[in-house]
Write a protein that binds this ligand. Structure first.
Ligand code: GNR
Ligand code: NI
Length: 178
């Protein structure tokens, strides 16, 4: 298992639409395991493949409490099959927008269809933080960040600070491991 470098905005790789996965194989399972390890290490409650430079439709999520048992989800080619009319608001963060947070409204409950690590089709019904996190991760696969859901003024303030932080050499991305 390996920790993968997490890409920080602004970066063109975070703005691309990701391609569907064609084959769930050992290499993909290894990548998803590395993504989970990277997410737990960060620490974060979700991670999408483009955040580690892989422009494929893969997400991992675990919103379980730190003290309790892990509840990892590894999802390939996730698709939204249903979203509630009712919305919920959470203060969101993103490992690609370090140290920035904003309230984002999204459907409170969703149903998602995806392939699991064996390539089997599955469905997940989620509400609460899990619903928010899965939608945040699926946004990454469309090249969207949580700041794309807030006012242009707030978005520009956050991006300006991230550009400054990059110039000052904050949040350096470690070189990719061999
Ligand atoms: O760690 C994370 N926390 C979080 C909090 C509220 C809503 C979404 C998230 S996802 C984020 C990790 C991340 O950047 N995933 O893409
Ligand atoms: Ni994110």
């Amino acid at each position: 298992m390996a920790l993968l470098p997490i890409i920080v905005a602004p970066d063109p790789r975070l703005k691309k639409r990701c391609e569907p996965v064609e084959q769930v194989d050992d290499a993909l399972r290894r990548l998803m395991d590395d993504m989970l390890e990277t997410m737990y290490d960060a620490p974060g409650i979700g991670l999408a493949a483009p955040q580690v430079g892989v422009l494929k439709r893969i997400i991992v999520v675990d919103v379980a409490a730190k003290e309790g048992p892990r509840q990892p989800h590894q999802m390939v080619n996730p698709e939204l099959v249903w979203a509630s009319e009712a919305e919920a608001s959470y203060e969101e963060g993103c490992l690609s927008l370090p140290e920035h947070y904003a309230e984002v409204e999204r459907p409170a409950s969703v149903k998602v269809r995806y392939l699991d690590r064996e390539g089997e089709t599955r469905e997940l019904e989620a509400d609460g933080l899990l619903a928010t996190c899965v939608q945040h991760e699926m946004d990454h696969l469309e090249g969207l960040l949580f700041v794309d859901h807030i006012s242009a003024l707030k978005r520009k303030m956050i991006l300006r600070k991230l550009i400054k932080a990059k110039k000052a050499g904050k949040h350096p991305e470690p070189a990719a491991a061999e």
